[in-house]
Design a protein. Structure first.
Length: 186
């Protein structure tokens, strides 16, 4: 089971739900670009030896992320650090674009992505075509935002329909037999 980086991912998801705004659309594209890099890296790990095409795809995908993030200004912030090793800790904070709430949410969401880049692949859209809500997946294989969407999507599949057809045929036959037996006993 994957541990949430922190509960602030809920604010990132809320920002993604503001799909009508250009900033949220741009942010969704950044999330998808990060997910694409994660998928490419996993496929390279799974293959015995990466080929040139895979390496080029990763390079292009990483450049896409870099270009998207270059639209924002970053400022190094230095803190005193009492832990082992260095006495300094450097944190890169994004400079605010504007003072309106949408800009603040965008700034927060971008900062979250940068701080939790390894968790971005968990931000997903629900696989159920009638839902498509954004959510944070708790497992690698989670495709749906919840059980309802998973069950509705499964109920639309051909294998489910075939099983259901066979079950209902058997059920109707048994029901007819029960009715026949009840008539004979009556």
């Amino acid at each position: 089971m994957f541990e949430l980086p922190d509960q602030s991912v809920d604010l990132v998801i809320e920002f993604l739900k503001m799909e009508s705004t250009p900033a949220a659309k741009s942010f969704a594209e950044l999330v998808e670009a990060c997910r694409r890099v994660s998928q490419l890296m996993e496929s390279i790990k799974a293959s015995s030896a990466p080929n040139g095409k895979q390496s080029a795809e990763v390079y292009n995908a990483l450049n896409d992320i870099k270009n998207r993030l270059s639209a924002y200004q970053w400022n190094p912030v230095v803190f005193g650090h009492m832990g082992a090793g260095s006495h300094f800790k450097v944190y890169y904070a994004m400079l605010a674009k504007g003072s309106d709430p949408a800009s603040a949410m965008e700034q927060y969401a971008i900062q979250w992505i940068v701080d939790h880049i390894d968790a971005v692949h968990r931000i997903r859209r629900c696989y159920f075509s009638k839902c498509r809500k954004w959510f944070f997946a708790k497992t690698d294989h989670q495709k749906y935002c919840g059980d309802n969407c998973r069950q509705h999507d499964a109920a639309q599949g051909e294998s489910f329909k075939e099983k259901r057809r066979i079950y209902m045929k058997k059920y109707r036959n048994e029901e007819a037999e029960r009715n026949e037996r009840a008539k004979r006993l009556a």
